[in-house]
Design a binder for this molecule. Structure first.
Ligand code: KIV
Length: 286
């Protein structure tokens, strides 16, 4: 597999270089071509086609577990088509890497070959370490993910902050080190106290990307729909809303529905005219 990125693409080693320079890495999720274009234009470094798609795109309530490989490949393809500079990471869905290293490698290859991703992400340490080694061994870059790992939320007792005791925090540092040793090029730290994320970040050579993990990570990620105000209902404490697009979309759709019902749309401005003589001819024929 070639290690030379296409022209314009941010080279993967640049992320570690950014960590060394102290330049923050910006990652956002995206699930379609317009989202990827907006991310590209905003100068985002990494786009994660997250399995949060299950919730924010596919309508599953409060779980990432049901999203399938085929759905993730479809979404990743739409993003990879538009993302020129950002590194595109395909999130391996639940069930696509838990069974065996062989399965994990086969599915990771599909993300690269069929969907055009540059890298894949998978959750956890423990059994995932062997998966990371196998996928990296096949020449595919892997992003790790520790802390709150939504695919195993049931085992964790729900969507809860992790690493709140000294022992649990120490375990997270060990998991981070083990994932780095297994070959991860970067690790997402989700929902853990800031001092724990800071210690992991300091202990690792590869960059950490935080979500609900405080300011001392090497980069940050938020879910596209959350930061744009497209997600309705409860949002985790760590989400900062930079827009309220769901309000704007509702207002626009209501205005459109009103205009159609009252006949205000389409006005002349939005309609095609016909030359008078042709119209006269048409009427004469009828
Ligand atoms: O699936 C996802 O969007 C994620 C991010 C929250 C890191 O894993």
């Amino acid at each position: 597999m070639s290690t030379t990125p296409p022209a314009g693409k941010l080279a993967l080693p640049e992320l570690a270089e950014m960590k060394r320079r102290g330049a923050k890495i910006v990652m956002v999720t995206a699930y379609d071509t317009p989202g990827a274009r907006f991310a590209e234009d905003a100068g985002i470094d990494v786009i994660l086609v997250g399995d949060t798609a299950a919730m924010v795109v596919l309508g599953h309530e409060g779980t990432t577990v049901p999203v399938t490989m085929d759905e993730m490949l479809f979404l990743t393809r739409t993003v990879a088509r538009a993302a020129r500079r950002p590194i595109v990471v395909g999130d391996m869905p639940f069930g696509s890497y838990q069974v065996s290293d062989e399965d994990a490698v086969r599915n990771a290859i599909r993300f690269i070959k069929e969907a055009g991703a540059d890298a894949v992400k998978l959750e956890g340490a423990g059994a995932s370490l062997s998966r990371v080694r196998a996928i990296v061994g096949a020449g595919i870059p892997v992003m790790g993910h520790i802390g709150l790992t939504p695919q195993s939320a049931t085992m964790l007792g729900g969507f809860k902050t992790q690493g709140r005791t000294a022992d649990a925090a120490r375990k997270l540092v060990d998991d981070g080190l083990a994932l780095e040793a297994a070959g991860c090029f970067s690790i997402v730290l989700e929902a853990m106290p800031s001092p724990v994320a800071a210690r992991i970040t300091e202990a690792l050579r590869v960059p950490t990307i935080g979500i609900g993990a405080g300011a001392n990570c090497d980069g940050q990620v938020l879910v596209y729909h959350d930061l744009l105000g497209l997600t309705e209902g409860h949002l985790p404490r760590f989400v900062k809303k930079y827009a309220n697009l769901s309000r704007e979309i509702r207002d626009a759709l209501e205005a459109y529905a009103d205009d159609v019902r009252t006949g205000a749309f389409p006005s002349e401005e939005y309609s095609y005219a016909m030359p008078q003589n042709e119209l006269a001819g048409l009427d004469a024929d009828v």
